[in-house]
Design a protein around this ligand. Structure first.
Ligand code: ASP
Length: 385
């Protein structure tokens, strides 16, 4: 047991309350991790498995770590307090018993941030590294450890820019190491299982959380704290996984268009999301125009609606050549064209089933690839099925 482990457990025991039983329960996560957290943390690039080994010719999985709660550690600021992005990917892999039997695993650290701090720079680094690993045939599948807050955005981004039929699986956890029921180890085990499975070929980017497999287009975070937070409201899960089996319930979908090129200047164009509400004026939209937004996504009410004043402000934006996309703040359903809003006349695009954060991303990628004509943008939104 190393010093870090001892300190973690001591802190955990200090934090835990009255009875010995409660103390043992509360500290179970840390105690469970005792032998594995002793891993060397000095190297970012290292073969992960410490014990056991995969059979010869077993799948090669590259774990790209970015941070998040799965890499988090508890903090005494409150009973549920923690800091995300503290533990390196290599340690995460070593913490999962039996994972080394699933595949030959290497891990690399791309970043170590809470996914609330995910940004263009990390996204581009991630996308380039994935493409490179596949192009050089360094891996049969990739697992990305990631915070859950913006996981759906990274998954959707990668799905739109990576060219490969090899699987890329994003995984995270809702509870950090040291909590009573840390979900990271099981989620990571299942993510590697899915990435290593021949059944995953052709399925591109997926998210594995809480025994479920989701597709980037539909997955969204639906609960602030629950482990069953992820859902795909418009389509349902594409599969289920447990440590013994993988069951896909959706067919492999053929991609309808090529992946987008990544921007060469290191930045995606500025696209703002404006959230609609009652008694809304056009001030925020006018500010977005003045601030140089190249696109505006409306997180609209109902079927992507907004007040007359807000729609008129969006009109002003569209007339200036800004791409205007109507999405919805509602959790499920499609935003349809020309229902209550005259999209054809105003030059607006509708996001269909893409929520505002994913509609924003697609708009950014389209603008970065020189597609700004509303008709073409609409085609691209429809063509992502
Ligand atoms: N704030 C964390 C993150 O997204 C939450 C999590 O990972 O569950 O990095």
């Amino acid at each position: 047991m190393n010093i870090k482990t001892t300190l973690q457990q001591a802190a955990c025991l200090r934090r835990s309350s009255t009875t010995v039983a409660a103390a043992l329960l509360i500290c179970a996560g840390s105690l469970y991790g005792a032998s594995v957290w002793a891993a060397d943390t000095t190297s970012d690039k290292a073969a992960a498995p410490a014990a056991g080994s995969p059979a010869a010719g077993s799948p090669r999985i590259l774990v790209l770590a970015t941070g998040g709660t799965i890499a988090g550690t508890t903090d005494p600021r409150s009973a549920i307090g923690y800091n995300s992005g503290n533990v390196k990917g290599q340690e995460l892999v070593r913490a999962v018993p039996g994972i080394e039997k699933l595949a030959s695993i290497n891990s690399e650290q791309i970043s170590n941030v809470g996914s609330q701090d995910m940004n263009d720079e990390i996204w581009l680094r991630l996308a380039h590294r994935i493409q490179e690993a596949f192009d050089r045939n360094e891996a049969d599948g990739i697992v990305i450890t990631h915070g859950t807050d913006t996981m759906e955005e990274t998954a959707f981004f990668l799905q739109n820019v990576v060219r490969s039929d090899k699987p890329v699986v994003l995984v995270g956890s809702m509870r950090p190491d040291g909590s009573t029921s840390a979900d990271g180890p099981n989620n990571l085990y299942e993510a590697v299982e899915v990435a290593a499975s021949p059944k995953s070929r052709g399925r591109g980017v997926m998210v594995v959380m809480n025994d479920q497999i989701h597709a980037p287009r539909w997955i969204t975070k639906t609960n602030t704290t629950a482990v069953q937070t992820f859902a795909s409201p418009n389509a349902g899960v594409i599969g289920y996984v447990d440590p013994a089996s993988i069951r896909f319930v959706a067919p492999v979908l053929a991609s309808t268009r090529d992946a987008f090129s990544l921007p060469t200047n290191g930045r995606l164009p500025r696209v703002e999301i404006v959230y609609a509400h009652s008694n809304m004026d056009g001030v925020q939209i006018d500010h977005a125009i003045a601030d140089g937004a190249k696109g505006i996504v409306l997180a609209g009410e109902g079927d992507g609606d907004a007040s007359r004043e807000a729609l008129d402000a969006l009109d002003r934006a569209a007339k200036k050549g800004i791409v205007v996309v109507r999405s919805t703040r509602v959790m499920s359903g499609f935003v349809n064209r020309n229902v209550e809003v005259e999209d054809d006349k105003r030059g607006f695009v509708v996001s269909l089933d893409l929520n505002p954060q994913k509609a924003r991303l697609l708009t950014q990628l389209l603008i970065a690839n020189g597609i700004t004509n509303p008709g073409k943008v609409q085609q691209a939104f429809s063509g992502t099925f």
